[in-house]
Design a protein around this ligand. Structure first.
Ligand code: CTP
Length: 418
């Protein structure tokens, strides 16, 4: 089909340098590599666009599979194009993959493989195989097609073309979710992005697998013991989903399908989750941090998802803030507090501003004070500087700090009266 012609593909995907697909093929041929093919999203999006001209090809990377060693192939490519044009980002010998860039474009090359999952949901064992076998282990029929570069032919073993024409998403086999539960998140993203429906069988597979919970680690177990490969992929897929333009529909899909149970049942059942994440996003809070904060055990989920130090600090700060405020409400005394007392109290907690925003989004009953501190009190400075006090004859030392604080607090209380 003309659609799969190398020059036609380069025309459709403008990011690809002219003639690059022929160079990629010639390099494989020079190394006696039998087969080299484009796989994954590019193939899916090329076909989708041919059917619906309004659909956009958002190019992230070029995924290639070869029946050969990726590091040897990459070396040869560097010889052909020069190290200036071909840069190696990472070679992974265990997983038989190489990440490179060609003219700044990301290209992922993988040895065609078979995968077995000795423990469900953990990293697979990889063995070299044929391109056909490589396609069998993939997530959905719409993602399991390949374009062979040597003859410009589409390899479609699982009716991916039909699925695109019918706007349907199906898993390739019955243990797809068991092998890799992040595929639930991927399905929700593709469904929202492409406007495709999840098939009944696929939905049943999601529900049955999540209900049976066939994985070794359970929610509530020690977060440090959660399988790290899966946790990192979960985080990556969630970030990808939440940063997309269609994140609301994707998150709704996840809830509708019971998919958020793999993260936390409270997130699954929260009817205003999308609204809360939306408000946090508008307040410049990273959406995944906001989502995790809505879970039952945010600190544990942040740990499980391998949050970085800053993300963890925001979550921990918000939890601390919540606890302090809960303790305050055991009596009514706080109702008589002047702004200066509130300011001292809130600043002693030493939480990140984002932690305050998280608690505000979560509708803390004392949120009006958090808003006042965030939007007003925190920015009020002492009307004089330390140098002014020294010029007036104060001796340098801690007394100066206390006086500056006193003057700042006085001003904070006056501001509210004026
Ligand atoms: N894949 C898979 N299971 C996963 C992740 C990826 O089977 N959990 C396979 C799919 O065939 C997918 C390909 O690896 O198409 C490449 O994955 P990725 O780069 O994440 O996504 P794309 O399909 O290329 O599409 P997009 O960038 O639009 O998400």
């Amino acid at each position: 089909m003309e659609l799969f012609d190398k020059s036609k593909i380069e025309k459709e995907i403008r990011e690809l340098p002219n003639g690059i697909l022929t160079i990629l093929l010639d390099t494989a041929v020079s190394l006696n590599i039998n087969s080299i093919a484009i796989v994954g999203g590019v193939v899916r999006d090329l076909i989708t666009k041919s059917k619906n001209q309004d659909s956009e090809i958002i190019f992230n990377d070029l995924d290639l599979i070869i029946e050969g060693e990726t590091s040897i192939y990459v070396k040869e490519l560097q010889k052909k194009l020069g190290p200036e044009r071909v840069k190696v980002i990472r070679n992974n010998t265990t997983y038989k993959t190489s990440e490179i860039s060609i003219n700044g474009i990301k290209v992922d090359i993988a040895t065609a493989r078979e995968e077995t999952y000795p423990i469900p949901g953990e990293n697979p064992i990889v063995e070299s195989s044929t391109i056909q076998n490589d396609l069998i282990r993939r997530d959905f029929n719409i993602n399991a097609m390949a374009i062979e570069l040597k003859d410009n032919k589409l390899l479609d073993l699982f009716s991916g073309l039909d699925a695109i024409y019918n706007k349907k998403i199906d898993f390739l086999h019955e243990s797809s979710v068991l092998d890799d539960p992040t595929r639930i998140i991927r399905a929700s993203r593709y469904s929202a992005k492409l406007g495709f429906r999840l098939s009944h069988q696929a939905l049943r597979q999601i529900k049955d697998t999540v209900n049976l919970w066939p994985w070794n680690w359970h929610i509530g177990d020690n977060a440090d013991l959660a399988p790290s490969g899966l946790s990192i992929r979960l985080k990556m897929e969630l970030e990808l989903l939440l940063k997309s333009n269609y994140w609301k529909n994707a998150l709704k899909n996840l809830q509708d399908w019971g998919g958020l149970n793999i993260l936390d049942p409270k997130l699954q059942n929260d009817q205003s989750l999308i609204e809360k994440v939306f408000i946090a996003k508008k307040s410049n809070i990273e959406p995944l941090t906001a989502l995790v904060y809505e879970s039952k055990y945010p600190i544990s989920l942040a740990q499980r998802l391998h949050f970085d130090k800053q993300q963890k600090e925001i979550i921990e700060g918000a939890c601390q803030l919540k606890k302090y405020l809960e303790n305050l409400t055991v009596n009514d005394l706080y109702k008589k507090w002047p702004p200066s007392k509130w300011t001292s109290f809130l600043e002693e907690i030493n939480a990140n501003e984002s932690s305050f925003i998280l608690e505000i989004c979560k509708e803390n009953p004392l949120k009006e004070y958090l808003i006042s501190w965030l939007t007003n009190w925190k920015d009020i400075e002492s009307p004089i500087k330390g140098d002014d006090l020294i010029a007036k004859g104060w001796a340098p030392g801690p007394e100066i700090g206390l006086e500056l604080k006193r003057q700042r607090m006085k001003l904070i209380d006056e501001e509210i009266i004026s």
